[in-house]
Structures are given as C-alpha cells and as structure tokens.
Design a protein around this ligand. Structure first.
Ligand code: ADE
Length: 373
C-alpha cells in the first residue's frame, strides 16, 4: 500500500466529515458507546440512541451500576443485546480494576468484554491518539479496492494483513495531521481512522454504487485503475444459520397485551416477548394454546409474516391477534403479564425481533379493542 493516499484522504475528511455527536469529544467513555452502537446500526439511527443513553448513563460508574432492565430498555431497538450486557460488564471491570479510568493500552482494551480489535483501535486512536488502525467493514472495503485485492475479506488473515499495512502507514502520519473543523484536539491517528471509515460510508460504498468520480484517493486506487471497483471486495459468507419457524401471539384482554420474560440464559436472555410457540400454528391450534394457558379466545385474526435474522439463527414468524378473556376452568398462566401500550413502552424491553408485531399493537387503541371485544 502506497502512502500517497494519506494527504488527500485527510484533506477530504477535513472538508467532508459529517457533523456527528461523537465527533465533538475524545472522552473514551463516549467514543466507546458510539463505536459499540455503530457496530451493527446505521449512523442516523445511532444519533438518537447515543444521546438518550448518555443522558441516562453519563459516565462509567452509572453504567456499571445500571439495573439490567433499565439498561436493556435504553438499548431496545438497537438489537444484538449482548452488546449492552458486555458494556456493563466492561464498565464494572473498569470501575473495579482501573479506578474508573479507561485503559489507553490496546492490550488492556482487548481484555474487556465486547471489545475486539476494531473497537480497541477506534478508542485508542480517537481518544488517546495511539497510532493503531480501526478496521471495520467500511475500511476493509476501501483497503481491498485500493489494492485491487481479490481475496475474501471475511477471512481473519485478510483483516490482519489490512491492520498491519495500515498500522505501518499510520506510523508515518505527521504529528499534527490535517484536522476536521470540529475536532478539539490535534489527533492525526483518530482522524486517519475516521477518515477511512467516512470514505467507506460516503464514497467507497458497497456493490455497484461507489462514487469514484468524487473520490479523493482514486489516483491511488488500483481497483479504479483496472475498472474493478464494482467487483470488489470479495465477501464469501458461510451462512450456517438455523431457520426457526415461530408463531407470535398478541393476546389482548381488558388488561392489555400479554408479554412474558424470556429465560435468564440464551438468546435475548432476560428480555420480554409476546407469547410465542415454535412452528406455524393454525387458528385452531392457537385457540387450543390460548385455552391451555387459561383464557378463552373470542376472536383470532391472522397477522402478516415477519423475519428476524440473528447471527446464528433466523426466525421466520407468523402471528395472530387474539382477543381473549380469562376462562373459568384452568388456571391462568402466571408468566403472562398484561400491559397497555404505554406500560409496554416504559417497563418491558421487547427486542427488535418482535418489532413487526410490537408496532401492530401501538396502532390499536385500547378503546378500539374494547369495542371489538
Ligand atoms: N462507523 C463506525 N465508527 C464510526 C464513526 N466513528 N463515525 C461514523 N461512522 C462510524
């Protein structure tokens, strides 16, 4: 990798960097929260969560002592809840072992739960000015195109090579790099990493749409030179995901909609969900299921299908809205909690996997339900 791309890249970044909330700070706590949120979520969506999260939990200590339900509620909608749990675990370690001070050292950062080489690189460079790269999917794409590299970028060896190459380039960064306007401190390492991320997000975008015409580093880009940008990078995924069929039920009584807490271990542990059963149930099977749980179904209405993709599993869901009353016979299922829409929103963290069904109840006013009951 030639070094000549660095200057035009930093110049471009200084003029084109988006004004994002986490670019007004070098506080490692804030950088960490933003980077973890950004791992699986789009920038525009993160803005809102970032602000709300930091208002509620402004420092490491408040995160370390935050009750799980409150933390998961703050994270609700971002998905991948293990990220939130790891944040809290890491915050507890930083409080107990590092006197509430974020470690600056990459190796120490890598010891913390949920911090891998990308996040460690981002925190170390943006907050502490350390010259180590932060290689995420955006950066790998830029790198593969610049080198016209046809290897599979999902292979760990390719990432390692990118990290080694970029680290070498960073070592030659001038002490005072070219700064973006909103940067408060001169930090060439942080700017360099963010500039590569930004280039990948705004210009060197995936698939057939890169805007090579406006790219500041096209003269240094081998894929551009060889007309290969649209074919790169190569990503070969081994999709070993399991498909699980589910039926999700919005069971509604005069007391609201039923939710239950998920088990303390495993997928989406400790979050709340609408009652659901594996497999796709017919309406007759739904009526029988409702009865088994101590309710009589007055009306059963099918809802659209929905899909949610986790890292190892895909849920292929169908659903029913069930208007129900307590039955006189069998006892009611004690795990079912009935709550109105406002209570659901305030008290029960329901993962994004159920959002297709969650949004459905948000549109059905209690008064309408009572009329139909
Ligand atoms: N994606 C990952 N990290 C980012 C950052 N710091 N700014 C914008 N997008 C990002």
């Amino acid at each position: 990798m030639r070094d000549a791309f660095v200057k035009p890249l930093l110049e471009w970044y200084s003029e084109n960097a988006r004004d994002l909330p986490w670019r007004h700070t070098t506080d490692p706590y804030r950088i960490w929260i933003s980077e973890v949120m950004l791992q699986q979520t789009r920038v525009e969506a993160v803005r809102k969560y970032y602000r709300r999260f930091l208002e509620a939990l402004p420092d490491i200590r408040s995160l370390a002592s935050c009750p799980d339900d409150r933390l998961l509620k703050l994270w609700e909608g971002l998905g991948y809840y293990s990220r939130a749990r790891n944040l809290k675990k890491a915050a507890q370690i930083i409080c107990s072992e590092y006197n509430e001070q974020f470690p600056a050292d990459q190796k120490e950062l890598l010891r913390l739960p949920g911090i891998g080489s990308y996040t460690a690189g981002a925190i170390a460079s943006i907050s502490f000015g350390t010259k180590i790269p932060a290689v995420d999917g955006n950066v790998l794409r830029v790198y593969a195109r610049m080198l016209c590299m046809e290897e599979n970028i999902l292979l760990p060896a390719v990432r390692k090579k990118a990290e080694a190459d970029l680290e070498r380039v960073m070592k030659i960064l001038p002490e005072a790099g070219i700064m973006p306007p909103q940067s408060q401190e001169e930090n060439a390492a942080g700017c360099f990493n963010q500039a590569l991320i930004e280039l990948g997000a705004l210009v060197c975008v995936p698939n057939t749409a890169p805007s090579c015409g406006i790219c500041p580093v096209k003269d240094e880009c081998s894929a551009y030179e060889r007309g290969m940008t649209e074919k790169l990078p190569v990503r070969i995924k081994e999709n070993g995901r399991k498909i699980v069929k589910k039926t999700v039920l919005l069971v509604q009584t005069v007391d609201g909609t039923a939710v239950r807490k998920r088990p303390a271990r495993g997928l989406l542990a400790g979050l709340y969900e609408f009652p659901n059963e594996d497999g796709w149930l017919t309406s007759e099977e739904v009526i029988a299921y409702i009865e088994k749980n101590g309710y009589d179904a007055l009306r059963v209405r099918p809802l659209p299908t929905a899909k949610h993709v986790f890292s190892h599993v895909e849920w292929h869901m169908t659903g029913y809205e069930v208007r129900a009353v307590r039955s006189d016979g069998a006892g009611q299922n004690k795990d079912w909690i009935f709550a109105e829409a406002e209570q659901l929103e305030e008290l029960y963290p329901i993962p994004a996997a159920f959002s297709a069904y969650y949004s459905h109840i948000m549109y059905v006013k209690p008064a309408d339900r009572a009329d139909n009951g």
